[in-house]
Design a protein around this ligand. Structure first.
Ligand code: AMP
Length: 413
Protein backbone atom coordinates (compact mmCIF):
# COMPACT_ATOMS: atom_id res chain seq x y z
CA UNK A 1 0.00 0.00 0.00
CA UNK A 2 1.32 3.45 -0.84
CA UNK A 3 1.08 6.75 1.06
CA UNK A 4 -1.36 7.91 -1.65
CA UNK A 5 -3.95 5.35 -0.55
CA UNK A 6 -3.88 6.61 3.04
CA UNK A 7 -6.05 9.73 2.48
CA UNK A 8 -3.37 12.22 3.42
CA UNK A 9 -3.83 15.74 2.07
CA UNK A 10 -2.13 16.76 -1.16
CA UNK A 11 0.48 19.10 0.38
CA UNK A 12 1.30 16.53 3.08
CA UNK A 13 1.78 13.84 0.43
CA UNK A 14 4.19 16.16 -1.35
CA UNK A 15 6.03 16.64 1.94
CA UNK A 16 6.35 12.87 2.34
CA UNK A 17 7.65 12.59 -1.19
CA UNK A 18 10.20 15.32 -0.55
CA UNK A 19 11.33 13.43 2.57
CA UNK A 20 12.14 10.55 0.23
CA UNK A 21 9.80 7.99 1.81
CA UNK A 22 8.55 5.52 -0.80
CA UNK A 23 6.28 3.22 1.19
CA UNK A 24 4.68 3.50 4.62
CA UNK A 25 6.19 1.43 7.45
CA UNK A 26 3.88 -0.96 9.39
CA UNK A 27 3.20 1.54 12.19
CA UNK A 28 2.34 4.20 9.62
CA UNK A 29 -0.09 1.82 7.88
CA UNK A 30 -1.81 1.05 11.18
CA UNK A 31 -1.74 4.46 12.85
CA UNK A 32 -2.47 6.90 10.02
CA UNK A 33 -6.10 5.79 9.40
CA UNK A 34 -6.81 5.73 13.16
CA UNK A 35 -5.39 9.20 13.73
CA UNK A 36 -7.18 10.58 10.66
CA UNK A 37 -10.44 9.21 12.05
CA UNK A 38 -9.89 11.28 15.21
CA UNK A 39 -9.64 8.43 17.72
CA UNK A 40 -7.28 8.02 20.65
CA UNK A 41 -4.36 5.65 20.19
CA UNK A 42 -1.90 3.87 22.46
CA UNK A 43 1.04 2.81 20.36
CA UNK A 44 3.89 0.69 21.54
CA UNK A 45 6.61 0.59 18.97
CA UNK A 46 10.33 0.22 18.86
CA UNK A 47 12.41 3.24 18.04
CA UNK A 48 13.25 3.42 14.37
CA UNK A 49 9.88 2.13 13.21
CA UNK A 50 8.74 5.42 11.67
CA UNK A 51 6.62 6.43 14.64
CA UNK A 52 7.08 10.18 14.13
CA UNK A 53 5.58 10.24 10.65
CA UNK A 54 2.87 7.84 11.85
CA UNK A 55 1.42 10.65 13.97
CA UNK A 56 2.78 13.76 12.21
CA UNK A 57 1.31 13.06 8.75
CA UNK A 58 -2.33 12.54 9.80
CA UNK A 59 -2.11 15.42 12.30
CA UNK A 60 -0.92 17.79 9.56
CA UNK A 61 -3.66 16.54 7.26
CA UNK A 62 -6.33 17.16 9.91
CA UNK A 63 -5.03 20.64 10.70
CA UNK A 64 -5.57 21.90 7.16
CA UNK A 65 -5.01 25.67 7.14
CA UNK A 66 -2.95 27.84 9.48
CA UNK A 67 -4.85 28.92 12.58
CA UNK A 68 -4.69 28.69 16.36
CA UNK A 69 -2.28 26.53 18.36
CA UNK A 70 -4.10 23.22 18.08
CA UNK A 71 -1.45 20.52 18.49
CA UNK A 72 0.85 19.85 21.44
CA UNK A 73 3.50 17.14 21.32
CA UNK A 74 5.38 16.37 24.56
CA UNK A 75 8.84 14.81 24.36
CA UNK A 76 11.17 13.74 27.17
CA UNK A 77 14.42 15.30 25.91
CA UNK A 78 15.56 18.42 24.11
CA UNK A 79 17.10 16.40 21.31
CA UNK A 80 13.87 14.54 20.68
CA UNK A 81 11.83 17.73 20.80
CA UNK A 82 14.17 19.31 18.24
CA UNK A 83 14.13 16.21 16.04
CA UNK A 84 10.36 15.75 16.06
CA UNK A 85 9.75 19.45 15.43
CA UNK A 86 12.11 19.25 12.44
CA UNK A 87 10.13 16.27 11.11
CA UNK A 88 6.84 18.19 11.45
CA UNK A 89 8.41 21.23 9.84
CA UNK A 90 9.74 19.18 6.91
CA UNK A 91 6.51 17.30 6.27
CA UNK A 92 4.62 20.62 6.45
CA UNK A 93 6.86 22.42 3.98
CA UNK A 94 4.11 22.65 1.32
CA UNK A 95 1.49 23.86 3.82
CA UNK A 96 1.12 27.16 5.68
CA UNK A 97 1.26 25.41 9.03
CA UNK A 98 3.78 26.70 11.58
CA UNK A 99 5.67 24.75 14.18
CA UNK A 100 7.87 25.64 17.15
CA UNK A 101 10.17 23.60 19.38
CA UNK A 102 10.09 24.56 23.05
CA UNK A 103 12.83 23.23 25.30
CA UNK A 104 15.19 24.35 28.02
CA UNK A 105 18.90 25.09 27.91
CA UNK A 106 18.49 27.90 25.37
CA UNK A 107 17.23 31.47 25.65
CA UNK A 108 13.53 32.34 25.86
CA UNK A 109 13.61 35.14 23.26
CA UNK A 110 13.31 33.17 20.00
CA UNK A 111 10.72 30.78 21.39
CA UNK A 112 8.60 33.70 22.64
CA UNK A 113 8.73 35.51 19.32
CA UNK A 114 7.83 32.32 17.40
CA UNK A 115 4.81 31.86 19.66
CA UNK A 116 3.82 35.51 19.21
CA UNK A 117 3.88 35.05 15.40
CA UNK A 118 1.35 32.27 15.88
CA UNK A 119 2.06 28.55 15.65
CA UNK A 120 -0.19 25.61 14.88
CA UNK A 121 2.01 22.96 16.44
CA UNK A 122 4.15 23.02 19.58
CA UNK A 123 6.68 20.28 20.21
CA UNK A 124 7.95 20.69 23.76
CA UNK A 125 9.69 19.23 26.75
CA UNK A 126 7.49 19.53 29.85
CA UNK A 127 9.71 21.82 31.97
CA UNK A 128 10.10 24.78 29.61
CA UNK A 129 6.51 24.47 28.44
CA UNK A 130 5.41 24.81 32.06
CA UNK A 131 7.45 28.02 32.40
CA UNK A 132 5.41 29.61 29.61
CA UNK A 133 2.13 28.28 30.95
CA UNK A 134 2.83 29.67 34.43
CA UNK A 135 3.88 33.10 33.19
CA UNK A 136 0.82 33.20 30.91
CA UNK A 137 2.73 33.57 27.63
CA UNK A 138 0.92 30.50 26.44
CA UNK A 139 -2.32 28.67 27.12
CA UNK A 140 -3.57 25.35 25.86
CA UNK A 141 -7.26 26.13 25.45
CA UNK A 142 -7.31 25.54 21.68
CA UNK A 143 -5.40 22.26 21.75
CA UNK A 144 -7.39 19.56 20.00
CA UNK A 145 -4.61 17.00 19.57
CA UNK A 146 -2.21 16.02 22.34
CA UNK A 147 0.67 13.65 21.66
CA UNK A 148 2.52 12.11 24.59
CA UNK A 149 5.65 10.58 23.06
CA UNK A 150 8.15 8.25 24.76
CA UNK A 151 5.99 8.27 27.88
CA UNK A 152 8.02 5.62 29.68
CA UNK A 153 11.09 7.81 29.54
CA UNK A 154 9.13 10.92 30.46
CA UNK A 155 8.08 9.20 33.68
CA UNK A 156 11.57 7.84 34.36
CA UNK A 157 12.78 11.41 34.28
CA UNK A 158 10.33 12.44 36.98
CA UNK A 159 8.01 14.39 34.68
CA UNK A 160 4.80 12.71 35.90
CA UNK A 161 3.42 15.62 37.99
CA UNK A 162 4.13 18.24 35.35
CA UNK A 163 2.80 16.01 32.55
CA UNK A 164 -0.42 15.53 34.52
CA UNK A 165 -0.65 19.27 35.07
CA UNK A 166 -0.20 19.91 31.34
CA UNK A 167 -2.81 17.30 30.38
CA UNK A 168 -5.21 18.98 32.84
CA UNK A 169 -4.74 22.32 31.05
CA UNK A 170 -5.82 20.91 27.66
CA UNK A 171 -9.51 20.81 26.74
CA UNK A 172 -11.18 17.53 27.66
CA UNK A 173 -12.62 17.23 24.22
CA UNK A 174 -9.50 16.35 22.28
CA UNK A 175 -7.68 13.57 20.54
CA UNK A 176 -4.83 12.01 22.54
CA UNK A 177 -2.07 9.87 21.09
CA UNK A 178 0.15 8.01 23.45
CA UNK A 179 3.44 6.33 22.53
CA UNK A 180 5.63 4.32 24.81
CA UNK A 181 8.15 1.58 24.07
CA UNK A 182 6.73 -0.40 26.96
CA UNK A 183 3.37 -0.05 28.71
CA UNK A 184 3.81 -1.36 32.28
CA UNK A 185 0.98 -0.81 34.83
CA UNK A 186 2.09 2.66 35.99
CA UNK A 187 2.04 3.85 32.38
CA UNK A 188 -1.29 2.18 31.80
CA UNK A 189 -2.57 4.27 34.73
CA UNK A 190 -1.67 7.55 32.99
CA UNK A 191 -3.14 6.24 29.77
CA UNK A 192 -6.43 5.60 31.55
CA UNK A 193 -6.32 9.14 32.90
CA UNK A 194 -5.43 10.78 29.58
CA UNK A 195 -7.17 8.74 26.89
CA UNK A 196 -10.72 7.82 25.94
CA UNK A 197 -11.47 4.43 24.38
CA UNK A 198 -8.04 4.17 22.84
CA UNK A 199 -7.17 1.73 20.10
CA UNK A 200 -4.00 -0.18 20.91
CA UNK A 201 -1.38 -0.76 18.31
CA UNK A 202 1.76 -2.74 18.89
CA UNK A 203 4.38 -2.76 16.23
CA UNK A 204 7.11 -5.33 16.37
CA UNK A 205 7.28 -6.69 19.84
CA UNK A 206 8.30 -3.83 22.04
CA UNK A 207 10.59 -6.12 24.01
CA UNK A 208 12.70 -7.29 21.14
CA UNK A 209 15.72 -5.66 19.64
CA UNK A 210 15.67 -4.88 15.92
CA UNK A 211 16.15 -8.01 13.89
CA UNK A 212 18.79 -6.37 11.78
CA UNK A 213 21.04 -5.86 14.81
CA UNK A 214 23.50 -8.58 15.71
CA UNK A 215 24.47 -8.34 19.34
CA UNK A 216 27.11 -9.85 21.57
CA UNK A 217 28.43 -9.76 25.11
CA UNK A 218 32.13 -9.33 25.79
CA UNK A 219 32.95 -10.51 29.32
CA UNK A 220 35.97 -8.70 30.75
CA UNK A 221 37.55 -7.84 34.10
CA UNK A 222 36.59 -4.40 35.35
CA UNK A 223 40.07 -2.89 35.07
CA UNK A 224 40.44 -4.06 31.47
CA UNK A 225 37.24 -2.51 30.18
CA UNK A 226 38.83 0.49 28.55
CA UNK A 227 41.60 -1.58 26.95
CA UNK A 228 39.01 -3.95 25.52
CA UNK A 229 37.04 -0.98 24.18
CA UNK A 230 40.15 0.30 22.39
CA UNK A 231 40.87 -3.17 21.04
CA UNK A 232 37.29 -3.57 19.80
CA UNK A 233 37.46 -0.20 18.07
CA UNK A 234 40.78 -1.17 16.48
CA UNK A 235 39.54 -4.54 15.25
CA UNK A 236 36.06 -3.54 14.10
CA UNK A 237 35.28 -2.11 10.74
CA UNK A 238 32.97 0.67 11.84
CA UNK A 239 31.58 3.82 10.26
CA UNK A 240 30.29 5.45 13.39
CA UNK A 241 30.05 4.17 16.93
CA UNK A 242 27.77 5.23 19.74
CA UNK A 243 29.20 4.34 23.16
CA UNK A 244 26.94 4.32 26.21
CA UNK A 245 28.08 5.14 29.71
CA UNK A 246 25.85 4.95 32.78
CA UNK A 247 27.07 8.26 34.18
CA UNK A 248 27.92 11.71 32.88
CA UNK A 249 31.25 11.63 34.64
CA UNK A 250 31.98 8.22 33.13
CA UNK A 251 31.08 9.51 29.65
CA UNK A 252 33.52 12.41 30.03
CA UNK A 253 36.25 10.09 31.21
CA UNK A 254 35.80 7.62 28.35
CA UNK A 255 35.79 10.51 25.86
CA UNK A 256 39.00 11.95 27.32
CA UNK A 257 40.77 8.62 27.11
CA UNK A 258 39.53 7.94 23.58
CA UNK A 259 40.74 11.37 22.47
CA UNK A 260 44.13 10.59 23.99
CA UNK A 261 44.11 7.45 21.82
CA UNK A 262 43.52 9.60 18.70
CA UNK A 263 39.83 8.98 18.14
CA UNK A 264 37.61 11.88 17.11
CA UNK A 265 35.01 11.94 19.84
CA UNK A 266 31.81 13.82 20.69
CA UNK A 267 30.09 13.68 24.09
CA UNK A 268 26.36 13.94 24.76
CA UNK A 269 24.98 14.19 28.27
CA UNK A 270 22.70 16.39 30.30
CA UNK A 271 25.46 18.47 31.93
CA UNK A 272 26.62 19.82 28.61
CA UNK A 273 25.19 23.10 27.41
CA UNK A 274 22.54 23.02 24.73
CA UNK A 275 25.01 24.42 22.20
CA UNK A 276 27.55 21.73 23.05
CA UNK A 277 24.86 19.09 22.65
CA UNK A 278 23.76 20.46 19.29
CA UNK A 279 27.39 20.64 18.11
CA UNK A 280 28.11 17.08 19.29
CA UNK A 281 25.08 15.63 17.53
CA UNK A 282 25.63 17.62 14.32
CA UNK A 283 29.33 16.67 14.29
CA UNK A 284 28.53 13.02 14.82
CA UNK A 285 25.88 13.05 12.08
CA UNK A 286 28.18 14.78 9.62
CA UNK A 287 31.05 12.38 10.27
CA UNK A 288 33.30 14.95 11.95
CA UNK A 289 33.30 12.66 14.99
CA UNK A 290 33.54 8.92 14.43
CA UNK A 291 32.62 8.14 18.01
CA UNK A 292 29.97 9.61 20.29
CA UNK A 293 29.91 8.84 23.99
CA UNK A 294 26.48 9.34 25.53
CA UNK A 295 24.34 8.68 28.57
CA UNK A 296 20.90 7.09 28.18
CA UNK A 297 18.82 10.17 28.77
CA UNK A 298 20.76 12.32 26.35
CA UNK A 299 20.68 9.70 23.64
CA UNK A 300 17.04 8.74 24.01
CA UNK A 301 15.41 8.61 20.61
CA UNK A 302 18.05 10.57 18.77
CA UNK A 303 18.04 9.71 15.13
CA UNK A 304 21.48 9.31 13.66
CA UNK A 305 21.40 7.55 10.35
CA UNK A 306 24.28 5.19 9.75
CA UNK A 307 25.30 4.33 13.30
CA UNK A 308 27.09 1.11 12.50
CA UNK A 309 27.89 0.05 16.06
CA UNK A 310 26.58 0.59 19.54
CA UNK A 311 28.93 -0.30 22.38
CA UNK A 312 27.54 -0.52 25.89
CA UNK A 313 30.61 0.38 27.88
CA UNK A 314 28.40 0.02 30.93
CA UNK A 315 25.53 -2.41 31.06
CA UNK A 316 22.30 -0.38 31.18
CA UNK A 317 20.58 -0.09 34.52
CA UNK A 318 17.16 -1.09 33.19
CA UNK A 319 16.48 -3.88 30.71
CA UNK A 320 14.34 -1.62 28.52
CA UNK A 321 17.28 0.76 28.12
CA UNK A 322 19.12 -2.07 26.39
CA UNK A 323 16.42 -2.10 23.73
CA UNK A 324 16.49 1.69 23.40
CA UNK A 325 20.26 1.82 23.10
CA UNK A 326 20.36 -0.95 20.55
CA UNK A 327 17.57 0.80 18.69
CA UNK A 328 20.09 3.49 17.75
CA UNK A 329 21.65 1.09 15.29
CA UNK A 330 19.44 -0.83 12.91
CA UNK A 331 17.10 2.16 12.62
CA UNK A 332 14.99 1.92 9.50
CA UNK A 333 16.43 -1.46 8.62
CA UNK A 334 20.11 -0.56 8.27
CA UNK A 335 22.33 -3.23 9.76
CA UNK A 336 24.32 -2.64 12.91
CA UNK A 337 26.23 -4.44 15.62
CA UNK A 338 25.80 -3.98 19.33
CA UNK A 339 28.50 -4.98 21.77
CA UNK A 340 28.13 -4.99 25.54
CA UNK A 341 31.13 -5.10 27.87
CA UNK A 342 30.23 -7.25 30.84
CA UNK A 343 32.07 -7.50 34.14
CA UNK A 344 31.39 -10.15 36.78
CA UNK A 345 29.29 -7.66 38.79
CA UNK A 346 26.86 -7.35 35.85
CA UNK A 347 25.70 -10.98 35.88
CA UNK A 348 22.32 -10.10 37.42
CA UNK A 349 21.67 -7.20 35.01
CA UNK A 350 22.48 -9.39 32.02
CA UNK A 351 20.08 -12.06 33.24
CA UNK A 352 17.35 -9.40 33.50
CA UNK A 353 18.08 -8.08 30.01
CA UNK A 354 17.99 -11.56 28.48
CA UNK A 355 14.73 -12.30 30.23
CA UNK A 356 13.29 -8.98 29.03
CA UNK A 357 14.20 -9.44 25.38
CA UNK A 358 13.45 -13.17 25.48
CA UNK A 359 16.73 -14.32 23.95
CA UNK A 360 20.17 -15.22 25.11
CA UNK A 361 22.84 -12.86 23.87
CA UNK A 362 25.91 -14.73 22.62
CA UNK A 363 29.18 -14.28 24.52
CA UNK A 364 32.29 -13.53 22.51
CA UNK A 365 36.00 -13.23 23.22
CA UNK A 366 38.10 -10.85 21.19
CA UNK A 367 40.85 -12.86 19.53
CA UNK A 368 44.33 -11.73 20.48
CA UNK A 369 43.25 -9.56 23.43
CA UNK A 370 45.48 -10.15 26.47
CA UNK A 371 42.68 -11.09 28.88
CA UNK A 372 43.75 -11.10 32.50
CA UNK A 373 42.12 -13.87 34.49
CA UNK A 374 39.41 -12.65 36.84
CA UNK A 375 40.75 -12.65 40.37
CA UNK A 376 39.94 -15.86 42.18
CA UNK A 377 37.33 -15.48 44.90
CA UNK A 378 39.03 -15.33 48.28
CA UNK A 379 38.36 -18.47 50.28
CA UNK A 380 36.43 -17.89 53.46
CA UNK A 381 37.62 -19.64 56.56
CA UNK A 382 35.33 -22.63 57.32
CA UNK A 383 34.03 -21.16 60.59
CA UNK A 384 32.54 -18.19 58.69
CA UNK A 385 30.73 -20.18 56.03
CA UNK A 386 27.53 -20.71 57.95
CA UNK A 387 27.79 -17.73 60.27
CA UNK A 388 25.62 -14.67 59.61
CA UNK A 389 28.24 -12.46 61.18
CA UNK A 390 30.83 -13.97 58.85
CA UNK A 391 28.64 -13.31 55.83
CA UNK A 392 28.23 -9.71 56.87
CA UNK A 393 31.97 -9.33 57.02
CA UNK A 394 32.24 -10.58 53.48
CA UNK A 395 29.18 -9.19 51.79
CA UNK A 396 30.68 -9.39 48.31
CA UNK A 397 31.23 -13.11 48.69
CA UNK A 398 27.49 -13.51 48.91
CA UNK A 399 27.03 -11.50 45.74
CA UNK A 400 29.58 -13.55 43.95
CA UNK A 401 28.08 -16.90 44.74
CA UNK A 402 26.68 -18.34 41.57
CA UNK A 403 28.28 -15.40 39.76
CA UNK A 404 30.82 -15.28 37.00
CA UNK A 405 34.12 -17.05 36.87
CA UNK A 406 36.67 -16.74 34.09
CA UNK A 407 35.29 -15.29 30.89
CA UNK A 408 31.73 -15.36 31.89
CA UNK A 409 31.28 -19.07 32.60
CA UNK A 410 28.63 -19.01 35.29
CA UNK A 411 28.11 -21.36 38.17
CA UNK A 412 29.16 -22.09 41.71
CA UNK A 413 32.73 -22.93 42.31
P1 AMP B 1 11.24 7.30 13.84
O1 AMP B 1 10.90 5.93 14.37
O2 AMP B 1 10.06 8.14 13.59
O3 AMP B 1 12.27 7.98 14.70
O4 AMP B 1 11.92 7.08 12.39
C1 AMP B 1 13.11 6.38 12.21
C2 AMP B 1 13.79 6.67 10.88
O5 AMP B 1 13.08 6.11 9.80
C3 AMP B 1 13.90 8.16 10.57
O6 AMP B 1 15.19 8.38 10.04
C4 AMP B 1 12.85 8.40 9.51
O7 AMP B 1 13.21 9.48 8.67
C5 AMP B 1 12.84 7.09 8.77
N1 AMP B 1 11.52 6.78 8.19
C6 AMP B 1 10.32 6.91 8.80
N2 AMP B 1 9.31 6.51 7.98
C7 AMP B 1 9.89 6.10 6.82
C8 AMP B 1 9.38 5.57 5.59
N3 AMP B 1 8.08 5.37 5.39
N4 AMP B 1 10.28 5.26 4.63
C9 AMP B 1 11.61 5.45 4.85
N5 AMP B 1 12.15 5.95 5.98
C10 AMP B 1 11.31 6.28 6.96
Amino acid sequence: MSFKALNLSEPVLRGVQAAGYADPTPIQLRAIPLVLAGGDVIGSAQTGTGKTAAFALPILTRLGAHGKTRVLVLEPTRELAAQVETAFHDFARFTELRTVAIFGGVGYGNQRSEMRRGVDIIVATPGRLMDYLKEGTLNLRDINTLVLDEVDRMLDMGFLPVVKDIIGRCPRDRQTLFFSATVPPEIQAIASFALRNPTRIEIGVSRTVCESVTHALYPVAHDQKFDLLLALLAKTDFDSVLIFSRTKHGADKIARRLKAANHSVAVLHANRSQNQRIEALAGFKSGKYEVMVATDIAARGIDVAGVSHVINYDVPEKPEDYVHRIGRTGRAQAVGDAFTLVTPENAGDIRDIQRFIGTKIPELKLEGFPYAPFLPRPERPPEQRESRRGAAQHPRDENRRGGWNRFGGRGRR
